[in-house]
Design a protein around this ligand. Structure first.
Ligand code: ITT
Length: 212
């Protein structure tokens, strides 16, 4: 979906910043673009130590991804991609949602977040254990032009954590049609079906057109 506001100016062909310090995300986007034969160089935020954290003050994944992508495109002078994602649990009215990373209080305490969520859904019967991971990914140009893509992975929450791969809520999330948790899938298996993989792949045609 294009929600462009202005014509691109000053785009440096072939170089793109992914607005994260998570090396796994950088590797995932690199692999997706390589698979699609799009010749774009992806750099992470560790190459831009002067760019500080962007406050995620939006109320939706897309609003937060837009805030990050525009701030990083503006400050780096390069096209930027940002994503925001989280777990939405049916029995919790879609929470933790945009609060997934800080559900138990501190930002990024995966173990505490997972334990709190398990306590909140304890006693919820299997038929009401539905949940989905959601991701919004945004490509923004320094000119202000922007594109938003979204991806979802449906599944259910189990009671006992299983698996050591991935991060966050992966040990308690079983995707639809799978017997394993996303923490029991290989990185390749997870990326092929994940919310983030889907959102990133939806941006590939735009990246190819604007930068390839
Ligand atoms: P950035 O630095 O790139 O912002 P992050 O880890 O803080 O990365 P995300 O937006 O990717 O933020 O995810 C927010 C939280 O949602 C994350 O801390 C997890 O708790 C949860 N989450 C998102 N994607 C997940 C996934 O694929 N597997 C498990 N948990 C996930």
């Amino acid at each position: 979906m294009s929600t462009g506001r202005a014509e691109p100016v000053g785009v440096t062909a072939g170089r793109l910043v992914l607005a994260t310090r998570n090396a796994g995300k950088v590797a995932e986007l690199r692999r997706i673009l390589a698979d699609a034969s799009v010749p774009v160089e992806i750099v992470g935020l560790e190459e831009f130590p002067e760019i500080g954290d962007v406050a995620e003050t939006g109320l939706t994944f897309a609003e937060n991804a837009l805030l990050k992508a525009h701030a990083v495109a503006r400050e780096s002078g390069l096209p930027a991609i940002a994503d925001d994602s989280g777990l939405c649990v049916d029995a919790l009215n879609g929470m933790p949602g945009i609060f997934s990373a800080r559900w138990s209080g501190g930002h990024g305490d995966d173990e505490a977040n997972l334990r709190l969520l398990l306590a909140q859904v304890s006693g919820v019967p299997p038929e009401h254990r539905g949940a989905h991971f959601a991701c919004a990914a945004v490509l923004a140009l320094p000119s202000g032009k922007e594109w938003v893509a979204e991806g979802v992975l449906h599944g259910m929450i189990i009671d006992t954590p299983r698996g050591v791969n991935g991060f966050g809520y992966d040990p308690i999330f079983v995707p639809e049609g799978e017997g394993r948790t996303t923490a029991e899938l290989s990185a390749e298996e997870k990326n092929a079906i994940s919310h983030r993989g889907r959102a990133f792949r939806a941006l590939v045609p735009v990246i190819a057109e604007v930068l390839g």
